[in-house]
Design a protein around this ligand. Sequence first.
Ligand code: NAG
Ligand code: NAG
Ligand code: NAG
Ligand code: NAG
Ligand code: NAG
Ligand code: NAG
Length: 392
Amino acid sequence: MDGRVLVVLVTFITVTSSQFIPPYTEDCRTGMYPPQGPTYKGPVSWYTVDLEVPPTQRWTPLITEKKADLVILIQAIKDLANAFVPSGKLIELVDITLPLMVNTLPHPFGDEIKGIAAASGVPLGEVILFNIFYEVFTVCTSVVAEDTNGKLFHGRNLDFGLFMGWDGKNKSWIISEKLKPLVVNIDFKRNNQTVFKSTNFAGYVGMLTGIKPHAFTLTMNERFSLDGGYIGILEWILGQRDGMWMSFLTRSVLENATSYEEAKTHLAQTKLLAPAYFILGGNQTGQGCVITRSRTLSLDLWELELKLGRWYVLETNYDHWEAPFFLDDRRTPAMKCMNQTTQANFSLKTMYDLLSTKPVLNKLTTYTTLMEVSEGKLESYIRTCPDPCMPW
Ligand SMILES: *[C@@H]1O[C@H](CO)[C@@H](O)[C@H](O)[C@H]1NC(C)=O
Ligand SMILES: *[C@@H]1O[C@H](CO)[C@@H](O)[C@H](O)[C@H]1NC(C)=O
Ligand SMILES: *[C@@H]1O[C@H](CO)[C@@H](O)[C@H](O)[C@H]1NC(C)=O
Ligand SMILES: *[C@@H]1O[C@H](CO)[C@@H](O)[C@H](O)[C@H]1NC(C)=O
Ligand SMILES: *[C@@H]1O[C@H](CO)[C@@H](O)[C@H](O)[C@H]1NC(C)=O
Ligand SMILES: *[C@@H]1O[C@H](CO)[C@@H](O)[C@H](O)[C@H]1NC(C)=O
């Protein structure tokens, strides 16, 4: 049994014992765009990060503005850790051991994390913990699709916070809720020109969702496996450091790769700390794929194939050639809606409809991002999922 299945099972037992009888599926939504109504919590603000400013300082303006929300989130994580291992020993360990790691992180990540700690006043070890977190606990839905004009679209729901403190009173995940105020859109610039754009959490230096305008779009989904994240991260802490942090790789690719093909090669071939799915869209017809990665290998490359009628590729958190876990099947409802929409009617709008349909939209969904590479467009929205709604 892999990690996610275990987590979902345990959560299922915990949560159903109180209030849920899944699955809360529904008919494919239509007419949800522009975002409005009870599943839309609000817009996401834009910030600029200047890549010409030294790494220790480039995050300062953003963090200065988001400091209070970051402190609240980190306190919530600490409360959970202390509930899990009473006596404060776990956080003590974080504060003492993780800072030793910062100088082992590749350029520019170590310096950027130091800068974020300095600007927020949050202890360095806790900022590192915050940055490791997403490597391990992100569950999502991503889709790349081509319309009948050869235009490429890429969308994703970012679901985060599984098993991290269920708030029985208002039926929500504590960490997911506290993350919402930290969602930001960032325009990364060099020489006053956009290099890439992303939807991100303030305080996090890796990338989960981004676009290089007119070149490619990229999202990362967690892939659970027993040789998974924990082992790679532990090895890193213990000194074996030949793998790359997954979200650091996506950041490097967004920052420094210049084409779909170059991005694909790096994502498929770089040795990683943990398994992952990379979902990549290009700027030309047929350029869209899901790269299924183990730590060392590219296990599978699943590409658009219009001749075979495959006008989209869609990934949740299971290998596409295997059935998803029955308590966590977001893939079948999502594909049903894609098929129902048809390629002829696919657009940014219908992509938002898809990402608004339960259980693709669930209690973990913090944001929805829509990207259109040919326009260089990235837009994102904070989400909520009113009851009845699947907890994951
Ligand atoms: C649940 O309660 C918390 C804390 O009171 C709040 O931050 C959060 O927004 C609430 N969530 C929902 C979905 O109402
Ligand atoms: C940067 O670009 C913006 C708009 O593209 C322009 O308004 C601004 O003057 C530029 N700043 C510098 C320093 O060139
Ligand atoms: C991108 O390339 C530049 C120049 O080689 C390098 O300084 C920078 O660290 C790279 N960025 C990332 C995120 O790897
Ligand atoms: C797509 O990217 C390639 C490689 O960077 C570039 O040469 C081409 O002009 C781009 N096409 C479009 C339609 O933007
Ligand atoms: C959607 O269509 C694809 C391609 O025709 C097919 O393989 C898949 O089974 C369909 N899925 C659903 C859930 O309808
Ligand atoms: C596609 O869109 C058109 C116009 O909006 C609509 O009339 C038609 O019913 C749609 N087709 C499907 C299969 O949803």
